[in-house]
Design a protein around this ligand. Structure first.
Ligand code: RIB
Ligand code: CA
Length: 347
């Protein structure tokens, strides 16, 4: 009995020491899946510590993304978490290219920030602008300095296009092997895309950046592509379960998924996916994944119908590239339980 008690007292100390240091790279949005991922991690202090939030263009342009992240951090009463913006645009892809794509090859399912005005910053619905500004130190420098400060100890959680990360790897190639691992949402192997028919949004928005990361020597690459994300839908029933909690966080969740995307209040039969919440959950409980495979992967960067699609890597062009651990099987019940528990917590 005494031994059990002593064990229980020591446990919190041991787990605190094991906490994973995470750099949270996001293309944000009002709440969606990026916001849910942040809530999950900040409410899991035994497993992870979020060292900073770096914003990348994707769903929205960076100034807007920072505003949305500040709003969520304020709701969580965590205003001290650093928020930094980095790249203002993808490495090569532009709105004009996306428009020309639709003229030549038909409509895109989703264009993200390419459909938005970069000069316009909206507050969260029903709120004033937070008035907070991202830190002046650029996100790319922050990524580099955090990795160099603790070689081998930092995990990058990449939840948007990989522009900031690719720039960091190009500015300081020696950090590649000092990153503990990158856990990311992006790409599609055996299923259709969700931006173009061929490509997943994060890879499609900045294919050149995704290619740099996939061809890098980062020791461990953990990929949550659409293949596993498609196994994690949110339908109206799940939406209602979370919305019923009526906390500041779940009210933001309800507004966003109810009115904006996928618009459950107006289209009750619509569906969205947990997407970025999966890699975040994996950092808290790797047991959500039931099957994975290791492959060497690349991205199509020739501008055309297949721009941004995932393809096998020709290792002759990147002999040092480390392989990718592709997550394929999901324990949805376990995932949903974790998501719902963390999102609906009253605090
Ligand atoms: O394809 C899904 C990805 O694009 C997610 O990161 C989500 O946030 C969306 O923008
Ligand atoms: Ca995202």
């Amino acid at each position: 009995m005494l031994r059990l008690l002593a064990g229980l007292l020591v446990l919190p100390l041991l787990t605190a020491g094991d906490r994973e240091a995470v750099l949270f790279d996001t293309d944000s949005g009002l709440f969606g899946d990026d916001g849910a991922a942040l809530v999950m991690l900040l409410r899991s202090p035994v497993e992870v510590t979020v060292e900073g939030v770096t914003i990348v263009p994707g769903n929205v342009w960076p100034a807007q993304g920072a505003e949305y992240m500040f709003h969520i951090l304020d709701l969580l009463k965590r205003p001290a978490v650093p928020v930094l913006t980095g790249a203002e645009e993808p490495l090569a892809h532009t709105a004009a290219m996306a428009r020309e794509y639709t003229r030549r090859w038909g409509s895109l399912e989703y264009m993200g920030a390419f459909a938005e005005d970069p000069a316009r910053i909206k507050p969260a619905p029903g709120c004033k602008l937070t008035g907070r500004k991202p830190r002046h130190e650029a996100a790319v420098d922050f990524l580099i300095s955090e990795i160099e400060r603790r070689p081998g100890a930092v995990t990058i959680l990449a939840l948007g296009p990989m522009t900031n990360i690719a720039l960091a790897l190009r500015m300081r190639p020696e950090i590649e092997t000092k990153i503990k691992r990158i856990v990311f949402m992006g790409g599609n192997l055996h299923v259709a895309g969700n931006a173009s028919p061929a490509a997943e949004f994060n890879f499609w928005f900045d294919p050149e950046a995704a290619r740099i990361v996939l061809r890098s020597r980062i020791p461990r690459k953990v990929m949550f592509s659409l293949d596993i994300c498609n196994l994690a839908p949110i339908r109206r029933a799940q939406f209602d379960e979370v919305a019923a909690a009526h906390t500041p966080i779940t009210d933001l969740f309800s507004w966003d998924l109810g009115n904006r995307y996928p618009g459950f209040y107006h289209h009750p039969d619509s569906v969205t996916y947990l997407w970025d919440s999966l890699p975040a959950a994996y950092l808290i409980d790797p047991g959500i994944v039931t099957r994975s495979e290791t492959q060497s992967l690349d991205v199509i960067t020739n501008w055309g119908k297949f721009y941004g699609a995932t393809q096998p890597l020709d290792r002759r062009v990147a002999p040092d590239a480390t392989p990718v651990n592709v997550m394929l099987g999901l324990d949805f019940k376990r995932m949903w339980n974790l998501y719902k528990t963390l999102l609906t917590r009253h605090e």
